[in-house]
Design a protein around this ligand. Sequence first.
Ligand SMILES: [Zn+2]
Ligand SMILES: [Zn+2]
Length: 96
Amino acid sequence: MIDANRCVAFRGLSAFFAVQNTGLSGVDMECWHCGRPAQAACKFCGRAVCKEHAQKLPSIVSVFTAREKHKAVVVADAIYCGLCKPQDDPVELSDV
Ligand SMILES: [Zn+2]
Ligand SMILES: [Zn+2]
């Protein structure tokens, strides 16, 4: 008869460390399209996208008036998610 009871070792110790490893690291953003870890956020709407799904679009970062002409500072390669619809024309603001 074989003694099956030999050496039921202290497995409690590894269980203890396993519990320690269940940390909450779930704040990483995932790509809106494929769910993989995101590399960037859309400049226009804030959706997270991975490198594969990130697109680029010119983005106006600031508008100013010089000698009664409106000028815009434009970033040519702003990250774009491909889904949202940035307006072509600047929206008119009152009382700025
Ligand atoms: Zn993706
Ligand atoms: Zn977007």
